[in-house]
Design a protein around this ligand. Structure first.
Ligand code: ZN
Length: 466
């Protein structure tokens, strides 16, 4: 019997981490992600719930930190196996894990200064830089559809999930005493009409499907409607004499927004705006995207090259990349027409909070949300209509307009998820992960009605056998 245990992203959206155990593959961890929002700090510093030293290999669906962020801790606690991922994911991880470690060590230093002032003992780091380096060394990059040996007698294949650069649906095949098994882990599935990304690959055969359900209760607007909405928001903000702040995930959302803004510029619709990519990490990630253009949607890459700018970094010639803190702070002096893209995506940290400090209390400005905001994050509070927020130990009134461009989501909407699952024939046993309870319930009902599959929704630490 093969066993699958859910250690995260169980009835929640972050902390993706599932353990597959079978004689033919050994102990394989599917993702090793951080928790974000709510009680995230405690849960990231806590025990894994299994022995990291006993894990034989990690299979990583994509580079987002809620799928990869705990890898340095895993290594610190004794994991020494290979980390299988796509080549592009391996390259993105260099940027992601180093950035995350930098933030972590800075926060830890501050916390320990507070501890010292209160006479409390110093908190030791959960990992060191050498663990980050070891994790990056352990990454093995593979091509899509390549057959990768896994454990004593298993095979792993990655398929394009269309979510972010390098994102993968993970297919694990192996033999059990009573016959073959095939597990398909969706990772995060992309939206079918998103720019830059290809369509998520449709697979047809599986005994068990582990599917994400982030937007299980929602449909997205089309990319075209979303672009129209973006135009409208920019026009309104310009008329009010304001500026725009876009909290953005460094990987995926930022590059898609840059592509859309590039298209608006080519159409002469961005005249007067000063666009800033105010995130050293997003700048680095955009360069990784430029390195792997061959993995992106062919039509969109053609659009880049038709404008003699076969790179995202140059598609919008007026784009200003602000890497230094001084350059970032200089943006504060612009009163009207600044369009600022900054992290973090859910406003839990990063430069976006400094821009909020300078602008969120002014009704002429606009905040545009372009990605999922997990429960408990500052971004979610603002989306849910908070009239005041607290940052840097101060209270700020939220007077800026708040717009949500759901159509720019990196995730499939309800119909997209159902269509992807519907491609399997015969209908597989299906487990929903990576979704909040309401979204999972709605998706389960639609799947039951349309595909006749009774899905399972495990809680944290639940196990199933297959
Ligand atoms: Zn993701």
């Amino acid at each position: 019997m093969a066993r699958l245990t859910f250690y995260g992203a169980a009835r929640e959206v972050t902390g993706s981490c599932h353990l597959l155990e079978a004689p033919a593959v050994g102990r394989v961890l599917l993702d090793c992600g951080m928790h974000q929002g709510g009680d995230a700090v405690d849960r990231n510093d806590g025990d894994f719930g299994f022995d990291p030293a006993a894990i034989d290999a990690v299979v990583l669906s994509h580079a987002h930190l809620d799928h990869s962020g705990l890898l340095p801790r895993l290594y610190r606690q004794g994991f020494r196996g290979p980390i299988h991922c796509t080549g592009a994911t391996a390259e993105l991880l260099v940027v992601m894990l180093k950035d995350a470690a930098g933030l972590y060590f800075r926060d830890l230093e501050r916390a320990n200064l507070r501890n010292a002032r209160r006479g409390r003992p110093e908190e030791p780091p959960a990992y060191e830089w050498e663990d980050v380096a070891a994790v990056l060394d352990a990454c093995v990059g593979h091509r899509y559809r390549e057959a990768v040996p896994l454990g004593p007698a298993g095979t792993l294949r990655f398929h394009d999930a269309g979510h972010i650069l390098g994102s993968a649906i993970c297919e694990v095949s192996f033999e059990e005493a009573d016959g073959p098994r095939r597990l398909v882990f969706s990772g995060d599935l992309g939206k079918h009409d998103s720019v830059l990304m290809r369509e998520p690959a449709r697979l047809q055969s599986a005994d068990l499907v582990l599917m994400e359900s982030t937007y299980g209760d929602r449909e997205h607007k089309t990319e075209e409607d979303t672009l129209a909405e973006l135009r409208e928001v920019l026009r309104d903000t310009w008329r009010r004499g304001g500026s725009v702040m876009i909290p953005s995930f460094a990987v995926g959302r930022t590059q898609e927004i840059l592509f859309h803004l590039g298209c608006l510029h080519q159409a002469g619709e961005l005249d007067g705006w000063q666009v800033f990519l105010d995130s050293p990490m997003a700048i680095a990630v955009t360069r990784v995207y430029d390195h792997w253009l061959r993995l992106l949607d062919a039509e969109d890459v053609k659009t880049l090259s038709e404008n003699q700018r076969a790179s995202l970094e140059n598609f919008l010639p007026t784009l200003k990349l602000t890497e230094s803190t001084d350059a970032s702070m200089a943006i504060n002096r612009i009163r009207k027409g600044a369009l600022i893209i900054a992290g973090s995506g859910m406003c839990t940290g990063g430069r976006i909070r400094h821009h909020f400090k300078h602008r969120i209390w002014d009704a002429s400005n606009t905040v545009i949300f372009v990605g999922f905001q997990a429960a408990g994050t500052l971004g979610r509070l603002i989306v849910d209509g908070a009239s005041t927020i607290r940052m840097f130990g101060e209270e700020f009134v939220v007077k800026a307009n708040v717009a949500t461009l759901g159509g720019l989501s990196a995730h499939a909407g309800q119909s997209g998820l159902v269509a992807w699952l519907g491609a399997f024939d015969p209908a597989p046993r299906t487990v929903l992960v990576h979704g909040e309870a309401g979204a999972q319930k709605a998706l389960a009902a639609r799947i039951r009605g349309e595909l006749g599959i009774e899905t399972e929704i495990p809680g944290r630490y639940d196990s199933i056998e297959f």
